[in-house]
Design a protein around this ligand. Structure first.
Ligand code: ATP
Length: 253
C-alpha cells in the first residue's frame, strides 16, 4: 500500500507539488495524469525513494520514504520517463550489473532475464551496446531492468513510450499478472486511451494539486463528459483554450 499525505516538493522558487494526498491499495493500478509540468514525475520520483519530499508523509509498503529511502528503492521497480542506462554496456552486461547490485541469485536472475528478454523480443540485441539501440529497445531494457528483482511496488513514468503494439500488449498483460500478485502500481501516461484501459483509479494533477480522483467512470460523471480526453481538458481548464487555438491556427493556415 502507498499512503501519501499532504506531500509538498519545492525546488528553489518552484512549488512542484502543493500538498497532495492519496492512497493506493495492493493489486491496484493508480494512474497519475496531468498536463506537462503538473508534478507527475516529481511525485513518482518521491514514491520511488529517489527524491526527498520537502514536507508531508509518504509511506510505501509500511516504509517512510523520509526515514529509509534505501529500503524503498529495494522494494520498488522504477521506470523513469527518460531512462538512465549505461551506453557502453550491452543489455546482457547491464542486467548482470543490476543483478549484482540487487543481490539477485544467479540462477533466479538468469531465469528472469531469459523470460523477460524473450517476452519483449530483444534476444538479438543482448550483445549490442545500449548506446546503439533504438528508442523502443532502450525502453524495453529499462522496463526489464526495473522488473528483475520482482519488486512489490512499480512506479512507471510514461513507461510504455516507444513500445510497439506487440510489446505494449505484452506489457499490459504483465501488469494484469502483477495486479493479481498484489503489487502496487503507479502509472503515468499522456495517452488517455491507455489510462482508460489500464488504471483502476486516476488522480488528475494540475499545477501541483490533485484536482479530481476516482475511477474513469467517476471522473466522467464528475466532469459530465463522455470521454477521458474531454474530462482531462475540461478539468485542466484547457477545453476552451484548445478550441480558440485551433480556430486561430485554421485562420492562420
Ligand atoms: N530538479 C528540478 N529542479 C527544479 N525544478 C524542477 C525539478 N524537477 C521538476 N521541476 C519543476 O517541477 C515542476 C513539475 O515537473 P514534473 O517533471 O514533475 O512535471 P510532469 O507532470 O512530470 O511533466 P511532464 O508531463 O512534462 O513530464 C515543473 O515546473 C518542473 O520544471
Amino acid at each position: 500500500m502507498i499512503i501519501v499525505e499532504n506531500l509538498r516538493k519545492v525546488f528553489g522558487s518552484t512549488e512542484a507539488v502543493k500538498g497532495i494526498s492519496f492512497r493506493i491499495d495492493n493489486g491496484e493500478i493508480y494512474g497519475l495524469l496531468g498536463p506537462n509540468g503538473s508534478g507527475k514525475s516529481t511525485t513518482m520520483r518521491i514514491l520511488a525513494g529517489i527524491t526527498a519530499p520537502t514536507s508531508g508523509k509518504v509511506i510505501v509498503e509500511g516504509i517512510d520514504v523520509s526515514k529509509d529511502q534505501l529500503r524503498v528503492k529495494e522494494i520498488t521497480g522504477y521506470v523513469p520517463e527518460t531512462p538512465a542506462l549505461y551506453e557502453s554496456l550491452t543489455p546482457s552486461e547491464f542486467f548482470s550489473f543490476i543483478g549484482s547490485i540487487r543481490r539477485i541469485p544467479q540462477d533466479v536472475l538468469e531465469e528472469r532475464v531469459d523470460k523477460l528478454v524473450k517476452a519483449f523480443g530483444i534476444e538479438e540485441y543482448m550483445n549490442h551496446l545500449i548506446g546503439t539501440l533504438s528508442f523502443g529497445t532502450r525502453q524495453k531494457v529499462s522496463l526489464i531492468s526495473a522488473l528483475l528483482h520482482d519488486p512489490k511496488v512499480l512506479i512507471l513514468d510514461e513507461a510504455m513510450n516507444g513500445l510497439d503494439p506487440k510489446s505494449g500488449r505484452i506489457f499490459r498483460e504483465l501488469l494484469m499478472e502483477f495486479k493479481k500478485e498484489g503489487k502496487v502500481i503507479v502509472f503515468s501516461t499522456h495517452i488517455l486511451a491507455l489510462a482508460e484501459i489500464i488504471c483502476d483509479r486516476i488522480g488528475l494533477l494540475y499545477q501541483g494539486r490533485i484536482i479530481a480522483e476516482g475511477t474513469v467512470d467517476d471522473l466522467k460523471k464528475l466532469a459530465e463528459e463522455e470521454s477521458l480526453e474531454d474530462v482531462f481538458l475540461k478539468l485542466t481548464q484547457a477545453k476552451e483554450e484548445v478550441s480558440l487555438l485551433v480556430s486561430a491556427l485554421k485562420e492562420a493556415l
